[in-house]
Design a protein around this ligand. Structure first.
Ligand code: EPZ
Length: 426
């Protein structure tokens, strides 16, 4: 298979308007959630990204009908699912395939699923997912073949206090609880926008999910759920990526189809660094405008669960701060190995020191220079593209398959903002 990479000639400010796509981390949960009903669901505003394509493949493999309608909506008919075995190679291609566990348990009371693939940013265990499913009455075994086997003669409500805040475990248990008999109370839950989006989708299917976005979620299980139509929220992380890219290239960008309240931690940090961030609505869309005309001031970042600064934007922010007028610090509290982009930024002349893989100190330099770079994961890839856009001269960003997993039409969107970026094949 031919290799592909991005060739970027940096130094130009991003200027103009960009429209944000549907949220990846909501989409990869809502597509599996659609099988909780034996009906048809129509999903609008799904991003055309690799992770969505993989889930489409998996749903077809288990017997669902998945097609795109006029108007680019995904139509999922889950009435003829033929198996509760989800063990194809595609399942290990992505992390979020584990949402099929909650959906299958909720719908069929059983599921054999391959454990999700590895990931460079951390071990990413699923012990909280398993804890929640067992509390709902499922028996769960993980075999030496890395297949998780779940059986639940009777899914019943439960009170579950998560040992730590987990987006995946909160959503996965919510899916199963939506069809469990009785009341489930989830405490110490994730409050990310995509958690709320999944809860809203479930309620459109006739579920009773209350309190998503707060510390306690109450779910009254339903015997049956029905199909529905639903539009995915805009992607909080893509929005933040473009906000940071605008500031990092000393540009002036209007980012449309956003939800400003989801971006408060990012807006605050960019303003603290000296960027101008304005919110507004043009009568149809909310937008955020980011303008930066000076060298950024140094800031300190601590990644936290929502509404704190998102870990998924820690890597793009690191690139931005490599040219700040002083020393910035970053404390990554969510994942134990999320600094793989640092060695690549050093190749561009960045001055960054890392301690215990949880802290980094960034001494601002005047400018980055172009270099050959390798993405190690999705958001590291985004951070390297931002660094290449900032850098003087040409950079090549390799392993962009990671980037294709989470950003829709990224090079086209950046080109429209004046970036000199080309997707190369060879
Ligand atoms: C989701 O991953 C996102 N992925 C990640 O985005 C995001 O970084 C993360 O939430 C945090 O916001 C999707 O939504 C598909 P967690 P998830 O469970 O659910 C530990 C991206 O770039 N943990 O909130 O896997 C875990 O190891 C991706 O879009 C356990 O120990 O994250 C981590 O240290 C990257 N046991 C912390 O909790 C568990 O059972 C937070 O993980 C579950 C999690």
């Amino acid at each position: 298979m031919q290799k592909e990479w991005y060739r970027i000639n940096g130094g130009a400010p991003l200027e103009g308007t960009v429209t944000i796509s549907g949220a990846k981390n909501a989409s990869v949960a809502i597509i599996p959630a659609a099988i909780l009903s034996g009906d048809t669901c129509i999903l609008e505003n799904l991003p055309h990204i690799h992770d969505v394509q993989v889930l489409e493949t998996i749903l077809k493999q288990i017997g669902a009908t998945v097609e795109y309608t006029v108007g680019d909506c995904m139509k999922i008919d889950a009435s003829h699912i033929t198996t509760t075995e989800v063990v194809s190679p595609e399942v290990q291609e992505m992390r979020a395939s584990y949402y099929l566990l909650g959906a299958m348990l909720g719908r069929f009371g059983e599921c054999d699923i391959a454990l999700p693939g590895g990931c460079v940013i951390g071990a990413r265990p699923i012990d909280q997912h398993v804890k929640g499913m067992r509390a709902l009455g499922a028996e769960i075994e993980i075999g030496s073949d890395n297949i998780l086997r779940a059986r639940a003669k009777h899914l019943h409500g439960a009170e579950i206090f998560f040992d730590m805040v987990s987006v995946g475990a909160t959503i996965n248990v919510m899916l199963a609880a939506a069809r469990a008999e009785g009341l489930t109370v989830l405490t110490n839950v994730a409050k990310e926008p995509h958690v709320v989006d999944v809860a809203n989708f479930l309620n459109m299917m006739g579920a009773s999910v209350k309190g998503a976005g707060t510390d306690v979620i109450r779910i009254q299980g339903r015997k049956e759920l029905h199909g529905c139509g639903y539009a995915i929220i805009p992607d909080q992380i893509e929005t933040g990526t473009f906000m940071i890219a605008a500031a990092a290239t000393m540009g002036d960008v209007v980012i449309k189809n956003v939800i400003p309240t989801h971006m408060e931690a990012v807006s605050a940090k960019l303003m603290e660094s000296g960027a101008r961030v304005e919110e507004g609505d043009d009568g149809r869309d909310f937008f955020i405008r980011v303008c930066m005309r000076e060298r950024p001031r140094p800031v300190s970042i601590k990644t936290l669960v929502y509404p704190g600064f998102p870990t998924d934007l820690q890597q793009p922010m690191t690139s931005y701060l490599t040219v700040a007028n002083g020393v910035s610090t970053i404390n990554e509290t969510i994942f134990e190995n999320r600094f793989n982009h640092v060695k690549e930024l050093r190749r561009m002349g960045a001055s960054i020191s890392v301690k215990e893989n949880r802290f980094c100190k960034i001494k601002g330099v005047k400018q980055l220079r172009g270099a050959d770079l390798r993405a190690s994961d999705l958001r590291a890839g985004a951070s390297l593209i931002i660094a290449a856009l900032m850098g003087q001269g040409v950079s090549n960003v390799h392993h962009i398959d990671y980037i294709d997993r989470g950003y829709e039409f990224l090079d086209a969107k950046l080109t429209a903002l004046g970036a000199d970026i080309r997707r190369m094949k060879g």
